[in-house]
Every structure is written in C-alpha cells, then in structure tokens.
Design a protein around this ligand. Sequence first.
Ligand code: ATP
Ligand code: MG
Ligand code: MG
Ligand code: MG
Length: 572
Amino acid sequence: MRASRFFISTLKEAPSDAEIVSHKLMMRAGMIKRIGSGIYTYMPMGLRVIRKVEAIIREEMNNAHAIELLMPLVQPAELWQETGRWDKMGAELMRVKDRHGREFAIQPTSEEVVTDVVRTEIKSYRQLPINFYHIQTKFRDERRPRFGLMRGREFTMKDAYSFDRDIDGLKKSYQIMFDAYVKIFNRFGLQFRAVAADNGAIGGSGSHEFHVIADTGEDALVYCPNSDYAANMEAAEALPLSSVRAAPTQALAKTATPGKAKCEDVAALLNLPLAQTVKSIVLTVEKEDKGVTSKQVWLLLLRGDHELNEVKAAKIPGIAGYRFASEAEIVEWFGTPPGYLGPINTKKPVNVVVDRTVANMHDFVCGANEVDFHFTGVNWGRDLPEAQVFDIRNVVEGDPSPDGKGTLAIQRGIEVGHVFQLGTAYSESMKATYLDENGKPQLIQMGCYGIGVTRILGAAIEQNFDDKGIIWPTALAPFEVVLCPMGYDRSEAVKAETDKLYAALQAAGVDVILDDRGERPGAMFADWELIGVPHRIVVGDRGLKEGKLEYQGRRDAAATPVALEEMPGFIQ
Ligand code: ATP
Ligand code: MG
Ligand code: MG
Ligand code: MG
C-alpha cells in the first residue's frame, strides 16, 4: 500500500467525549468516526485491524470445524417471542416495525435464528455434533454506550453455536471452542486470562469469560498465581462473611422485619459519603442469561444523580454480594427506572433475601432508606420457602484459593469473549429435537460462544500504548511495516532503494505501507507512532552512502542501522 493512495487522517487532540486511552487514540489515529451515540464508521485504518481480527478468528473457527453461515441482522419478533426473550430482553433489544406493522428485532445475538436453522435442518443423530458461526453486526441499545468501540451499540461479534446429542457431547464441543479461543487470543498477541463465570442452572465449569488484562478493565478477576484457579468476581468462591466478621447468625433473618432503615446507616455500612447512597436494596434476582436462569444476591445502590455505576464497587469494603445495577436492569426487574423509585409496585414479585450484614442493621426495609420510599409486592426472604441467609462476601487479595494451592490475587480485565453451555434452554422452548438410534426424538444440547470483534481493538490498545500512541501487536496492526523515505520526490537514490525494498517486502508477504505523502520527517514519524505500526524503516541519503537503513521497533528507544541487503530478512 502507498500512503498517497490510502486514507490517513490523524488528529493532534482527541475529542472531549473520549474518556479512556483506547477511545482517544483510535479517534486521533483516524480509525473510527462517531456518527451517533455508540455508533461508529470504521474508517479505512481501523477496518484493516478489524479484518485482521476477523481473519484470525475465522481461521481458528474453521480449524475447530465450526461452519460459517451468515444470519440476518433483522429478525422476526415471532422467533424471539418463542423463547420469551422478546419480553425478557427489555430495553437493550432494538425493535423495529416494517411497513405492515410487523415487529422485528435487530439482533443482539442469534440463538433464536440458529436454533430455527437447526430444528428444521437437523433430523438425525448422524448429523450431530455440528457448530455454526457467523461474524455479524450486532445491535444492543446499551444504556451507557461509551469508550468508543469498547461498549458500542452497534458492534461486530463472532458468535458460534454448537449442537450435540447429549451433555457429554456438549462438554466436548465446549472444550473444543475453549481451546480455539486460547489459540485465537494467543495469536492476537494479547495478554489474557480465561475465568470461570456464573451460568446458574448448568453449574460446574459451564461458562468462561476471556478477558484481556488491563488496569482500565471494568471487571475484577480473581486468580491464584500458583494454580489454574481463575474466576470473575461474581463467580469467585469467597470466604463466608462469618469467617471474617463477628456476625451473628441464623436468628438475624427473623429480625429483619419490614420497617424503615436510615440513609446514614447504609452510608456508614458501606463507607460511602451520605450523598451517594440515596437508595439501596438487597435482593436476590433470578437472572436470565442466554436462556439459563441463575440466582444472584445483590446490594443495589441507586445513586441520587441516577448516574449508576459511577461509584466503583471496588471502593466499597466488606459487604457481601453486591454490585451496582444498571438502569436497564432496574427497569427490567421493577418496571420503572431508578429516577422513579418512589413507592412502586413491582411488575412481578421480587424475591428479597436479607444479607446478614444488612439484616444486622435495624429495620432494613426492602428498597428503601428514605421515609416512605419502599418497594411493594416484594417477598422477604423469611417468607419464602427457600428463604436463606446468605453468608457471602467479595473475595479480597490474600484470601486462600479454594483449591488450597495458595492465596488469591485480583487484577482487572476487559471481557472480550464468552463461552457458555446452554443445555436445552433453547431447544426446549423452540422444540429443536433430533431422532436418536431408536427413532425417538431427543432435545438438542446447545452451547454458545462469542467474541467481541470490535471490542478487541479497544482492549488491545488499553494493554499496549505509550505517550506517542498505539503499539499494535504485529498480528493486529493495520500495517506491519512502514517505509519512511527521506525525500522520496527529491532523491533518486532514496526513491530507488525504497521502491526496491517495498517490492521485496511485498513479495515476502509483509503487510507494508510506503509513506510517499511527502510529509516532513517529524510529522511522518508522529503519524506512524500514533497509528501504532510496529516496525519502521527509514531510508535516507546519509545512510545509503554507507549502505544502511534505519530500523526502529515501535517499543525501541532508538533506531538501529541495518545493512540494505539484510533488511528484508531482518524485518521477518
Ligand atoms: P458486557 O458484560 O461487557 O456487557 P456481555 O456479557 O453482555 O458483555 P456477551 O453477551 O457475553 O456480552 O457477548 C459476547 C461478547 O460480545 C462479549 O464478551 C464482548 O466481547 C462483546 N460485547 C458485548 N457487548 C458489547 C458492546 N456493547 N460493544 C462491544 N462489544 C460487546
Ligand atoms: Mg452486556
Ligand atoms: Mg458480561
Ligand atoms: Mg458475557
């Protein structure tokens, strides 16, 4: 590629709405262009990176015998109604109507459509196992799209779906995908960690997330440096609260009678400024993820300014099983946004179980720590048949590892992939069966496997940058090598040697760009450092007199002279 024939558009300053490094640098490097909240044009420079990510994924998925198809972006509501997700997905699901008034979803993921393919195409056990995947645009109407491609509304995902005869088969298919993911993330050249994630119904090791390690990551990962133990914070097995606090036991559940709790109490308990704890609630929720129901205990803090998620959970010590809920989740559970959490009627009853710590406070009322602001229609734990007092807390650094092999450490990560054993959740609701050897219909066991293609770009940058710009791992770089001639249009020797080297590198299959724009050296170098091309070769008259070129790796402090004839080999 010649730079004069490509499109390069760099900025000195990032736009003010770009909050984190990767977003700023992608904007400055001209990789993306914002057209609306969470919606971007992938500019030529950014698209090259996306294509490289996709190529690696595609190769490894094909190696793992997954079969590519392409499912539609716009999907009939009827399919989503069959699984109940039309209602369950809430505001995140983007809905549109056609000219006849028929309803459609813009796919946030494709379990329904792929299950429809399978229920009509797969007849016999002989056709299983099978795994279909596509790399396709997704739309999720995220409440807070932010951080550029990291949490967009429109984004690209690779989603694969495996179909098996039985759970053993599902476990094998899952392992094959897990192994393929390890290969993919290794090939990206990123530092990553696979962690166990909750998947409720199926339990065990039925779900893992793949995280790119970065201090700016939204998720806390718990791992044992001496063993394989790794889980995200929600799935991590923590010491019980009772073992770290002198907390009274059982009887407390009964003392948690409805009444009024005070704002100050909650604030003190959580060590938060009073102004930040306008409302709080402890509850367990039956959570549906990909058709699988799981139970979680949360302490929800609803902030007065309704900018949820603003207070980092990590800042709050001690108390168990909480995280901040997003507004979409609040709406989903209570049928009303947090701004309107006055006395409300929950659409469906919410099962609330008091955490021991909170129960210990006087008269903690479900949902309310403001006078007369409480939820109604809520079942308290002690009134439920399955009432329990949860004795949990979050893991902290230095806790013993559950496998007994050392102590736990915590680091931050960005979720870039998620593999999930779904079981029969979808085949049941959509009646996807195969005929076994005896001609009897059986439910198909299903797994799903996602990778956030466009999020990878943001995550890679969060892990690899300096004050000059992006530092792409070679496998993801928009160009692997940039040739920077000093006076391409002035010096015949420079032009001749640059062209020769350009041709040699191209012939060797190196993804090289020749900067023939005639920029001043300072501006030229600054552009390529910002864009993050990992290898730079400078061709200048002075060096050529001694038969030398200058090579500088993106992380090198200074250039290295390399003999002309050695350069093509040197670069590989
Ligand atoms: P998150 O927890 O970040 O909201 P998720 O758990 O909802 O992600 P999945 O349903 O597991 O996401 O989708 C698979 C992958 O798609 C995720 O691991 C992530 O890499 C990517 N992804 C999800 N939401 C977004 C988004 N809004 N923008 C970009 N990538 C996304
Ligand atoms: Mg999400
Ligand atoms: Mg997630
Ligand atoms: Mg996920």
